[in-house]
Design a binder for this molecule. Sequence first.
Ligand SMILES: C[S@@+](CC[C@H](N)C(=O)[O-])C[C@H]1O[C@@H](n2cnc3c(N)ncnc32)[C@H](O)[C@@H]1O
Length: 238
Amino acid sequence: MKKVQQHYDEVADVYDDRYDGRRGKCYHKHICDHVMSVLPRDGFLLDLGCGTGLFVQRYVEEGGRAVGLDISPGMVRHGRHRCPESGFCVGTADVLPFKDETFNALASLLAFSYVPDPEGMLRECYRVLKPGGRIAICTLSRTVFTSIVPLFYQVGEKVGLKKVGVGDFDEHYYTNAEIAGLFRDAGFEDVSVGRCSFAHLNLADPVFNLARKVEPFVEEKLPYLAYNVCAAGKKPKE
Ligand SMILES: C[S@@+](CC[C@H](N)C(=O)[O-])C[C@H]1O[C@@H](n2cnc3c(N)ncnc32)[C@H](O)[C@@H]1O
């Protein structure tokens, strides 16, 4: 975990160049839309692995209140700057410094793959959610495309490539069945799992533009080709 934290501290100042630039914005907004579509609006959100606060900002703009937590102090510093009205804290997603039943919305975007104890994280999510509260996690899925990503990242690390997310972090990419099982084992109900984002921001411009055009078709008819898995669930009402 220390390695992941150090990496994100190192790239914190350039992180938004990747996800808040022209193409990155498009890719990230698409993921945010998926997550937003299954969460209550105008609720109280906890965003785990919140990074520079991109989703916290979105949630607040849609009328809610939000708190972000991230393992990297550098990323949290940017989050505070972006959303001064929201709360941010440094910490790990599997040990949460919040009281039971505090939030009615819980999100995590592009961070779950790093968490070494996913069962522990979901247990904590369940604990801090109010009964009836909703959770949505969007993370890189295991696909034909992503199966070579760890190798690329290992090589990237060896040659000293300093890019956001590039490093050998022992990430875990989830299948639909795997993440659905984790949600159910943690006690969530109404569990649904879908795929999103066929147009990955790493693609060259013409391919990205083409991929965007066919993205709705792929997500509906060929979901196993999309890059991210989006899992959602609800804490049962007592
Ligand atoms: C790819 S970034 C995603 C950031 C943000 N969610 C977004 O969508 O822009 C991954 C983030 O997860 C954070 N992270 C990784 N492991 C974590 C952990 N165990 N607990 C909390 N945050 C973690 C990193 O510091 C980094 O900010």
